[in-house]
Design a protein around this ligand. Structure first.
Ligand SMILES: [Mn+2]
Length: 491
């Protein structure tokens, strides 16, 4: 990584005092470990530091040292700050009193006098003078923290430390290395250099544990394709600093709630494989979470489990329905020749070459599954050079529903005419009905409509029936994400 950028970050830290650290949302082992490690290191340099994330720390990560320091709101964002410029005149004492409907702040100068020009007013948000974002590909991932404080990100220098290929380089300083396994891996050389220049040992056992947790969770315990010689090298260094590797493994990989095992069992039993297109996927519905008594964050790791259960698959997906009715898609590719980040971008998400994610709001789980799997099938048709004729028949639900309705209408009309003419139907029309007697045909058409309704996304209670999509196969057209569909990156 560029040494100049490291120096720039170190200079900024030296000059600034009140530092805000923002891990990406949803918070994971890497963003949490990185944020808290940076927090502890900056505290050692006597900085005022705040870590804020809109999401609560997942239970599975609560064992991490000092993980309880993460707040959910930018502190004092409702405060109103009256600032007095004391460059020219030193302050001797400050008093305040409240009288009826007034607040008086009495500032006594040591010598000289203050004037109106020395006073300025600020909203509390401006109290920070440096912002770090960690593991955050773009500011919108910070959700409300960004949305409610947009001006803060323009007024204060932002240092963006990340390893996502989709990073938009929104910071004043961007320390983005897409080859790094994790943000935690990137923080190690920065903290070493910072400690060296400040003559302080910043990397202690807690900080090393937090950073190692980031690397371990982002590499799936060194199993994922993003594991590089550098990740091993940095991890070895962290262990030598006293990182408690066994504690991380024990909590993240060896402790599973019964509820989590039940959820995993259910999701694994729903695995769908599409050998021709080399796709493997499964879904998690809100009902699955409810039935197994598990929580949403217990789905973490299932995608890696899917991968190990999917020999021959190139693209692995886990489609999750969230409690807020949004639907997120985690995507992994087993070969770098399928760029998962590109696929995610197609749906407004992002990530890495072999691990990416995106999400939708306002679309049902079933619809997302249909849309995404069809898109990937199309992609695989051209990638794998599958003959178009090999493609299974195209089904367009909306069109079919429309046609079915039209047909029913036609039948009704014909029958109406027929009844009127007292069984003197025109030969052409009776030929049309030659497939069956009028009455049975009518019921047949009706049942066809019902079948389609069953696979239509609105009837989404029984997710066990997700194989309807693999049976009905791809449409020739993939519609782009609908309007009002928001993206949230997750990987
Ligand atoms: Mn990460």
């Amino acid at each position: 990584m560029n040494g100049d950028t490291e120096n720039q970050i170190i200079e900024l830290i030296k000059r600034k005092k009140r530092i805000l650290i923002l891990p990406s949302s949803p918070i994971d082992g890497d963003s949490l470990g990185s944020a808290v490690a940076l927090y502890l290191a900056l505290k050692k340099l006597d900085k005022e530091v705040t870590v804020v994330c809109i999401d609560p720390v997942p239970d599975v990560l609560k064992f991490l040292p000092h993980s309880n320091i993460v707040g959910s709101e930018i502190s004092s964002s409702k405060d109103f700050i009256i600032t007095l410029d004391s460059k020219k005149t030193e302050v001797d004492s400050i008093k305040s009193n409240i009288e009826k409907d007034k607040v008086n702040i009495i500032i006594t100068p040591k010598d000289g006098a203050f004037s109106e020009e020395d006073v300025s007013f600020n909203k509390g948000k401006i109290e920070y003078d440096l912002v770090f974002t960690v593991d955050c590909a773009e500011l919108s991932q910070l959700k409300k923290i960004y949305e409610d404080n947009v001006e803060l990100f323009h007024q204060i220098p932002v240092v963006n430390i990340d390893h996502h290929i989709s990073n938009t380089h929104y910071g004043k300083v961007n320390y983005v290395d897409i080859m790094a396994s994790s943000t935690a891996e990137l923080l190690v050389p920065i903290l070493e250099k910072l400690g060296h220049s400040e003559k302080k040992d910043l990397l202690d056992t807690d900080i090393a544990t937090l950073l190692l947790a980031g690397i371990i969770t982002d590499t799936g315990s060194f199993q994922n394709a993003n594991t590089t010689p550098k990740s091993f090298e940095v991890s070895a260094k962290l262990v030598s600093y006293g990182a408690r590797q066994q504690e991380i493994i024990q909590h993240v990989y060896k402790t599973k709630q019964l509820s989590q095992l039940k959820l995993w069992g259910r999701v694994l039993s729903k695995i769908q494989t599409d050998e021709k297109y080399r796709i493997v996927w499964s879904t998690v519905s809100k009902q699955d979470i409810l039935d197994t008594g598990s929580s949403e964050d217990e789905t973490g790791g299932i995608i890696d489990e899917l991968m190990t259960n999917a020999p021959g698959a190139e693209i692995v997906l886990l489609i999750k329905e969230k409690s807020d009715d949004s639907v997120s898609v985690s995507l992994r590719t087993t070969t770098p020749s399928v760029n998962s980040s590109k696929i995610a971008e197609e749906f407004g998400g992002g990530g890495h070459t072999q691990a990416a994610g995106f999400s939708f709001t306002g679309i049902s789980l079933k619809d997302v599954e249909y849309k995404v799997i069809n898109y990937i099938r199309e992609l695989q048709v051209s990638r794998l050079g599958l003959d178009d004729e090999e493609k299974e028949p195209t089904v367009d639900f909306d069109n079919l529903m429309k046609k079915a309705a039209e047909n029913q209408q036609k039948i009704a009309e014909i029958e109406f005419v027929k009844d009127k003419k007292n069984d003197k139907a025109e030969p052409k029309k009776s030929q049309k009905k030659a497939k069956g007697a009028p009455k049975p045909e009518k019921t047949q058409k009706k049942s066809q409509v019902n079948v389609e309704k069953d696979v239509s996304p609105k009837k989404n209670k029984d997710t066990q029936q997700t194989d309807s999509i693999s049976q009905t196969t791809s449409t020739s057209q993939t519609t782009p994400p609908q309007e009002g569909v928001n993206y949230k990156f997750e990987d």
